[in-house]
Design a protein around this ligand. Structure first.
Ligand code: KE4
Length: 438
């Protein structure tokens, strides 16, 4: 199938992006505002994006792509959705920021709490990182304990004490432990292995009575997509309750992505605290943390746990989030998103098999990762054994064919409501051509 906007290998013009990148690299570290955008995981010059509409992005040279990054998760409805643009325009007419409570925060709270009954009280912030910082701080205050357990390969934002064996950009850049983080800052951070409850039990035995919380990406997106096996999540819930530690589900990526109520809806589990971000801002900077009332009432100004933010609950961002969640409620898209994504991943797997290319594809709803490995990817160690060089070649060959995948083996790709059956077919056709050359 000849893709309408496919150009021959290497014929895609990149002059504008290359020129822009040269100046950006002079002014900003790595020429980007967030490391994973710099293509370090796949090589080459990052594309400077000019416009997004539905499932498409256009770069500064006018090349069109089917986008599977979706701004790293937020764009579940596709780019420039009319309902979101309309809501934002309406809100803008009233002003942009007041530094005072607005009813829009109540409206978004209602929608989030409807989807996440475990979130009895919620605080809005400006990013997933801030949400996690707030959740960990209130967990430490509530339990009066210092230590936290995270999992190797899980990424929970860039707070110092969580940049320990982190995934996402940290894994891509091969610096799981960041420079500039004094070892004192991470001495209370314990690392377990995902899908291995024995490693969690061992940490509790060695640190009995000292662990405030377990924080987990209940379905991992930041080592690429990794699914919880058997009763891993249920066991975490049981262990945390038994040890009087809190269970924090970091659903910044999975919230409203894998189901309206996230992983906790899919597995019918109640964490003590949840962190959210991405989709709840509809493309604007919004994060949130929340959970059991007796925990959240410790947060200032109600309680002694300080946390604040000039633009937290910003009315424009709230308007985008409200419009997004209302649209999702109306469309009920999860079944069709899952089917569309399954069709894509099955097509990719069959194309790879036809050309003798060994891949494992892990999928949860409309998030997925194609790993260049033959083993089921059950944890970070297995993910790190994937052939990242081959992933880089695959990434660029797909990009040349107008398919924009996440520029890292250790990220999740996302299908949106806007992706059509034709887009799926075009993507499989492009992969068929690429697997031939790989
Ligand atoms: P932000 O601070 O980037 O809004 O959220 C941090 C965060 C927390 N928890 C989870 C599960 C996350 O996935 C993230 C952010 N995810 C990455 C993508 N893997 C953001 C992309 C980037 O860093 O540029």
């Amino acid at each position: 199938m000849q893709l309408t906007f496919v150009k021959k290998w290497g014929m895609i013009k990149r002059k504008q992006s290359e020129m822009l990148f040269r100046e950006a690299a002079q002014r900003m570290p790595g020429g980007v505002s967030s490391p994973v955008r710099a293509f370090k995981g796949v090589g080459g010059t990052p594309l400077f994006i000019k416009k997004g509409k539905g499932p498409y992005l256009w770069d500064a040279d006018g090349n069109q792509y089917i986008d599977y990054i979706g701004s790293w998760g937020p764009m579940i409805l596709g780019h420039s959705h009319p309902a979101i643009l309309q809501a934002v325009k309406k809100a803008l007419k009233l002003g942009t920021s007041f530094g005072a409570p607005t009813e829009s925060e109540i409206f978004l709270s209602r929608l989030v709490q409807e989807a996440f009954p475990s979130i009895e009280k919620i605080r809005f912030v400006n990013s997933g990182t801030e949400a996690v910082m707030g959740a960990v701080r209130v967990a430490r205050a509530f339990t009066q304990r210092k230590k936290i357990i995270k999992f190797d390969g899980c990424y929970h934002g860039h707070a110092d004490y969580l940049l320990v064996k982190a995934g996402s950009g940290a894994a891509t850049l091969g610096i799981p432990d960041s420079a500039g983080v004094p070892e004192e800052f991470v001495q209370n951070t314990l690392v377990a292995r995902y899908n291995d409850t024995a490693s969690v039990e061992e940490l509790f035995q060695k640190n009995s009575g000292e662990i405030a919380a377990i924080i987990v990406e209940p379905i991992v997106g930041n080592m690429g997509t990794i699914l919880p096996r058997r009763d891993f999540l249920l066991k975490l819930r049981e262990i945390a309750s038994r040890e009087k530690a809190l269970l924090i589900f970091d659903e910044v990526m999975t919230g409203f992505r894998v189901a309206f109520g996230g992983v906790q809806e899919l597995y019918n589990l109640k964490p003590d605290l949840t962190t959210l971000g991405k989709i709840i801002g509809g493309g604007f900077p919004v994060g949130a943390y929340g959970g059991r009332r007796e925990i959240m009432q410790l947060v200032a100004p109600e309680g002694p746990v300080y946390q604040a933010g000039t633009l937290s609950g910003n009315p424009i961002a709230m308007a985008a989030g409200i419009a997004t969640l209302n649209q999702i409620k109306k469309l009920k898209p999860y079944e069709s998103l899952s089917q569309k994504t399954q069709k894509l991943t099955l097509g990719l797997k069959e194309a790879a098999n036809r050309h003798g290319v060994t891949v494992t594809i892990e999928r949860a709803g409309s998030m997925f990762t194609l790993f260049f490995t033959g083993e089921p990817v059950i944890n970070a160690e297995v993910a790190r054994r994937a052939d990242t060089q081959k992933f880089g070649r695959f990434f660029h060959a797909m990009l040349e064919r107008g398919i924009y995948l996440p520029p890292s083996q250790f990220e999740a790709a996302f299908v949106s409501v806007a992706h059509t059956e034709k887009n799926i077919a075009q993507t499989i056709a492009a992969a068929e051509e690429v697997f031939k050359t790989l």
